[in-house]
Design a protein around this ligand. Structure first.
Ligand SMILES: [Zn+2]
Length: 79
C-alpha cells in the first residue's frame, strides 16, 4: 500500500484500523465454527493415530480457511 494514496476512499490509518477489526472478527468467526467441528471430529473419528492426525489437520485447515473468508466478508461489510 502506497502512503498518501487512499484505498477505497480510506486513508492508510483508517484502512489499517479496519484491517485490524476485520482480522479480529475473522478470528472470532473462525473459532466459533471450528470449536463445534473439533468436537464433532473428536467424537466421531476413531481413536487411532492416523485418524487423529488427519482430523487435526482438517481442523487447522478449516480454521485458516474460515478465518480468511470471514476476514474478507468483514472487510467488505466494514468499508
Ligand atoms: Zn482516515
Amino acid at each position: 500500500m502506497t502512503p498518501g494514496i487512499p484505498v477505497g476512499g480510506l486513508c492508510p490509518d483508517c484502512a489499517r484500523a479496519l484491517a485490524t477489526r476485520a482480522g479480529r472478527i475473522g478470528r472470532w468467526v473462525a473459532i466459533a465454527t471450528t470449536v463445534p467441528l473439533a468436537l464433532y471430529v473428536t467424537l466421531t473419528l476413531p481413536a487411532d493415530r492416523n485418524a487423529r492426525i488427519l482430523g487435526a489437520a482438517a481442523i487447522v485447515a478449516w480454521y485458516i480457511l474460515t478465518a480468511r473468508i470471514a476476514r474478507r466478508v468483514a472487510w467488505e461489510w466494514l468499508t
